[in-house]
Ligand binder design. Structure first.
Ligand SMILES: [Cu+2]
Length: 355
């Protein structure tokens, strides 16, 4: 065996060992969360191919580099080697081979994307509402659920999420489902998932969306069909809006408009002051004045949040409730012929939380 062949064989062996070791380290360090949807299968497969390729490339470069540095190190008395530039065959090979690999991966991914976003005949629609900084879900097929802050899905049921944003860009991401999709103001974006593993997961917003982006998290429960049916059966059918009390409506608006993502009702301070015991107290404002929390003050706080800022809080309450509430009232008046004062409902609800 010539010296060159021996060097090449040694390097080839080291590259193989290096690839295997790197692959195991990579997959041990970058462990994916458990896969809980049918879409996860092909995506994880793609991840795996990428990890293997990365490991091979890493080993190829590092082994050649270290081997040359160690074995061909200049020793005392060594002559300077011959100078040569370029190697056409090598350059063609290392251009064409990666090209083929990248194009193949591209084609593979395109087919995969078409497959995991394809409509299925028996889909169940779920509406997803994202806003700073909470999620709300509703089920067009099960109106009795109303708005819920917990996403409950039956296992093995193809789901189509219809997603809207009230304010800025958000992104729906359950790592265990692997797929991810932005919510874009003014559009309805879709995401298809078939959960195939029961369990509790979390949806997190994956698009920086302001001060409390990091707490924009909601529970996702994947349950058996029987448990799902039971959950639906437990939902009390929603009364028509004009048969509900103002307090009940107020509680519902708080979820629908997302007040409850910043205002708790249990005394815990969130992005905004808690509503527990709020009504009737004397509030310290940023400008040093004090004010008694009464109906008029609450109405102003909702419709014009920047005017009377509570001391110790950022001016982060959304400024567009005035428009959103008017639009919702107009919609209810038009569709159901009911005149409502949503702010009055909210006030009635907050009043009941006084201590
Ligand atoms: Cu967000």
């Amino acid at each position: 065996m010539s010296r060159n062949t021996r060097h090449l064989l040694t390097v080839a062996l080291l590259v193989i060992v290096g690839t295997v070791v790197t692959y195991f380290v990579l997959t041990a360090v970058y462990q994916l969360p458990v896969a809980a949807s049918e879409e996860a299968g092909p995506i994880d497969q793609l991840f795996d191919i990428q990890f293997a390729l990365i490991s091979f490339l890493f080993a190829l470069i590092i082994v050649f580099m270290l081997y040359s540095a160690v074995v061909f190190r200049r020793k005392p008395g060594d002559e300077e080697g011959a100078d040569f530039q370029g190697h056409t065959v090598l350059e063609i090979v290392w251009t064409v081979v990666p090209l083929i690999i990248v194009v193949a991966l591209g084609v593979f991914s395109a087919f995969m994307l078409a497959d995991i976003t394809a409509a299925e005949p028996n889909e169940m629609d779920v509406r997803v509402q994202g806003r700073q900084w909470s999620w709300a879900f509703s089920y067009p097929d099960y109106e009795e659920v109303g708005f819920t802050t917990r996403l409950v899905l039956p296992v093995d049921q193809p789901i189509r999420l219809l997603m809207r944003s009230d304010d800025v860009l958000h992104s729906f991401w359950v790592p265990e489902f692997r797929v991810k999709q932005d919510l874009v103001p003014g559009q309805v974006t879709e995401l298809r998932i078939t959960p195939d593993r029961e369990g509790s997961y979390k949806v997190r917003c994956a698009e920086i969306c302001g001060l409390n982006h990091s707490i924009m998290v909601a529970e996702v429960e994947v349950v058996s069909q029987a448990e799902f049916d039971q959950w639906i059966a437990e939902q009390t059918p929603l009364l028509p809006l004009d048969e509900m009390s103002a307090i009940e409506r107020g509680r519902q608006w708080s979820t629908e408009l997302g007040c409850n993502s910043c205002h708790t009702i249990d005394g815990v301070v969130g992005a905004g002051p808690t509503w527990l015991g709020l009504y009737g107290i004397t509030e310290n404002l940023v400008d040093g004045s004090t004010i008694i929390v009464d109906e008029e003050y609450i109405r102003k706080s909702i419709l014009n949040p920047s005017i009377q800022l509570v001391d110790g809080y950022a001016d982060s309450m959304p400024k567009d409730f005035i428009d959103r509430i008017a639009a919702r009232e107009a919609e209810i008046a038009e569709r159901q012929g009911i005149e409502l004062d949503i702010v009055a409902d909210l006030i009635a609800y907050i009043e009941t939380l006084a201590e």
